[in-house]
Design a protein around this ligand. Structure first.
Ligand SMILES: Cc1cc2nc3c(=O)[nH]c(=O)nc-3n(C[C@H](O)[C@H](O)[C@H](O)COP(=O)(O)OP(=O)(O)OC[C@H]3O[C@@H](n4cnc5c(N)ncnc54)[C@H](O)[C@@H]3O)c2cc1C
Ligand SMILES: NC(=O)C1=CN([C@@H]2O[C@H](COP(=O)(O)OP(=O)(O)OC[C@H]3O[C@@H](n4cnc5c(N)ncnc54)[C@H](O)[C@@H]3O)[C@@H](O)[C@H]2O)CC=C1
Length: 333
């Protein structure tokens, strides 16, 4: 048995790296503090069915990612979403169709990361607090006081603020991660017993507490009822209302939605709020990944790239590429 590579984080970046490394014949061991995989691509099970409270859809502009998405589509993990798109500006709702191809996981967003994880070895509900190097190998410490290892390399695939401490063994990488600001997003799902009388299926909003809303039932493979809507507050509104109670956030965003949507909005049969503290990097970066090949420590995630699903996936690929290149160089020297 070869010594595995530790990957902390089972979002799309960590899983993209894992998949590439396993395809190259290397062993990996994954860890996540959550109860399941997916990170910001996770879906929440509710009385109204599965709800995508994080990533809503993704686009594929890079050829390599477009090829991966085609494979996901062929395997039934993803499908194209063609919503009736609108935009809302200064209180006015207008159709805003375009030619952009948009993808979603089927039957829920988390289907993609769940399938990518497959049977890879993973430990959930395991919050890693320290990544340290012994004489030869890497070891991890978790919040319950357990240690894990040895590992040949360590890949930190968490949002930047959570990566900073975990990268302490490589101060240069840690300081790059520490320089990244990530913005929060409040996400609310409202489910209505009867479909709302509106043709809107997705809407980009400006001049509102909301910056996005989507009708779950318009996405392929979702349960046909109830009529569930996912609302995302803008970064600015989320930042200003970071510590508001979930009840108050639901009330505020329900109000903004009712004002925007232009039809009667009855009280919802179910409402859920989720606060994403590290939803998106404030600015995009072009690092691809962070690495100290000699040390064997790597970091990846959307914050190393475009701050989107595609960027996170590409960052995982870049990490795997750099790690393999280092192993290959080492073998020659
Ligand atoms: C509300 C919202 C809407 C979005 N909408 C879109 C969209 O429409 N289109 C789009 O392209 N992108 C969207 N995004 C962005 C997209 O979801 C992310 O870019 C992408 O999912 C990030 O993947 P990642 O693997 O880098 O990080 P994550 O998905 O955050 O994965 C990191 C993982 O690390 C785990 N973790 C963190 N710390 C530790 C620790 N100490 N120990 C163990 N595990 C740890 C976390 O539990 C998590 O599972 C959205 C994001 C949010 C929040
Ligand atoms: N809420 C959050 O935390 C996050 C949201 N994210 C959103 O995820 C989406 C992904 O971006 P891309 O893959 O580039 O997708 P995209 O090309 O559909 O959208 C990019 C941006 O272009 C604008 N836009 C696109 N199409 C239209 C349209 N038909 N009418 C009006 N405006 C339009 C809109 O502002 C949108 O945010 C974007 O909307 C991001 O804002 C990304 C990361 C985090």
């Amino acid at each position: 048995m070869s010594i595995p590579i530790a990957i902390i984080g089972t979002g799309i970046a960590g899983l993209s790296a894992a998949q590439a490394l396993v395809e190259a014949g290397l062993d990996v061991q994954l860890f996540d503090k959550s109860r399941g995989s997916g990170g910001r691509m996770a879906s929440k099970r509710s009385e109204s069915g599965s709800l995508d409270l994080g990533a809503q859809y993704f686009t594929a502009r890079d050829r390599r990612f477009a090829e991966a998405v085609q494979q996901w589509r062929a395997r039934g993990w993803a499908a194209e979403w063609t919503p009736a798109l609108y935009h809302a500006r200064e209180g006015r709702l207008s159709p805003s169709p375009d030619e952009q191809v948009r993808w979603v996981g089927t039957p829920r967003m988390s289907s993609i990361t769940r399938a990518m994880l497959g049977a890879l070895p993973v430990q959930f509900s395991c919050r890693i607090t320290e990544v340290f190097r012994g004489d030869q190998h890497w070891h991890l410490q978790d919040a319950d006081g357990n240690s894990h290892g040895p590992f040949s390399h360590a890949i930190v695939a968490t949002p930047a603020p959570q990566a900073t401490n975990l990268l302490a063994a490589a101060p240069k990488l840690a300081s790059v991660a520490a320089s990244v600001t990530m913005e929060p997003t409040w996400s609310v799902a409202l489910s209505f017993a009867e479909p709302l009388d509106t043709p809107v299926e997705g809407c980009f909003a400006q001049d509102s507490p909301l910056d996005w809303l989507a009708r779950t039932q318009s996405k392929p493979g979702r349960a046909p009822s109830p009529d569930s809507w996912v609302l995302h507050a803008s970064s600015e509104w989320s930042r200003h209302n970071l510590d508001l109670s979930k009840e108050c956030v639901i009330e505020a965003l329900h109000g903004a939605f009712a004002e925007m949507i232009g039809c009667a909005v009855p009280p919802p049969v179910e409402s859920i709020a989720h606060r994403w503290l590290y939803a998106r990097p404030a600015t995009a970066h072009q690092w691809g990944a962070l690495s100290d090949g000699d040390l064997g420590l790597y970091a990846c995630g959307d914050w190393c790239s475009s701050g989107r699903v595609e960027g996170a996936w590409l960052s995982g690929q870049e990490t795997a590429k750099r790690l393999q290149a280092h192993i290959a160089n080492h073998a020659w020297n």
